[in-house]
Design a binder for this molecule. Structure first.
Ligand code: HEM
Ligand code: HEM
Length: 197
């Protein structure tokens, strides 16, 4: 299977990155809602579920950097036939999903007051204990961590986490299924089974 994208299909690297990140998004929701719904505060399970949420989120940040670099080095497969407006909507949707893949880990990290025990293996220091925090938040903005954290958390948990991310991903997956079942074109195939050579 070709590594790089072609006119007809995404290559294996783009597919791997797309589906790995999709699985990690699912894992980020499972971990945080498991914590909310099935664990008691201040128990080891509650802490581990939080740490897995933070670790999965940071993994998404790492994969999205690779994904952006790979995308810049590759052509995109050709669009399926369809109205210009649908192509514009798909492009806007894809760029918005990239914004989500960057902003969710970023706001999660800068708004969290504990270190990340990365998959319980090693510590990644919290933003609050970095020199960047001291300079940007302490000196430039002149805010305490509590004052800084409140709007960042509201964006991460409520605006994005509870609403916008769901709407975007369900709209995106719904469009893929619509293309496959109603339009019967290659949109889903080129990101799954479609291969060249
Ligand atoms: C794409 C990545 C991420 C997604 C989709 C995501 C999504 C969410 C969601 C849905 C919530 C729960 C909102 C609620 O309370 O109802 C949440 C909470 C939280 N997130 Fe993230 N998050 C991501 C990455 C991160 C990262 C990288 C960190 C920190 C390193 C982080 C830290 C937190 C914290 C501390 C909470 C509060 C936990 C709790 O209330 O139990 N998140 N996130
Ligand atoms: C069940 C879930 C999902 C399905 C069925 C799905 C399906 C697809 C399909 C069929 C394409 C190719 C569309 C085209 O080229 O016109 C695509 C591309 C894309 N998907 Fe998804 N996707 C899912 C989840 C996600 C998630 C969770 C994200 C990110 C948060 C995402 C981000 C993207 C992006 C940015 C593209 C554009 C191509 C690229 O730059 O890699 N998808 N997806």
């Amino acid at each position: 299977m070709a590594l790089k994208n072609s006119a007809n299909n995404y290559g294996s690297v783009a597919k791997f990155l797309h589906w790995t990140i999709a699985a990690l998004f699912l894992a980020s929701y499972i971990t945080v809602y498991y914590r909310h719904w099935f664990t008691e505060e201040k128990t080891p399970e509650n802490w581990i579920a939080l740490q897995l949420h933070l670790s999965v989120g940071i993994s998404i940040a790492a994969f999205v950097v690779l994904r952006i670099v790979w995308r810049l080095m590759n052509r995109q497969p050709n669009n399926e036939p369809g109205p210009k407006l649908a192509h514009v909507a798909a492009h806007v949707g894809h760029y918005t999903l990239y914004a989500v893949m960057i902003l969710m880990p970023l706001t999660g990290y800068i708004g969290t007051g504990v270190n990340t025990e990365f998959y319980l293996l090693f510590d990644i220091p919290k933003f609050e204990s970095t020199a960047a925090y001291q300079y940007l938040v302490g000196e430039l903005l002149g805010l305490t961590f509590e004052e800084f954290e409140a709007p960042v958390d509201f964006f991460h948990k409520t605006i994005m986490g509870e609403y916008a991310v769901w709407i975007l991903i369900l709209g995106h997956a719904g469009a893929a299924i619509y293309h496959h079942t109603v339009q019967k074109d290659r949109t889903l195939i080129k990101m799954t089974t479609g291969k060249d050579g």
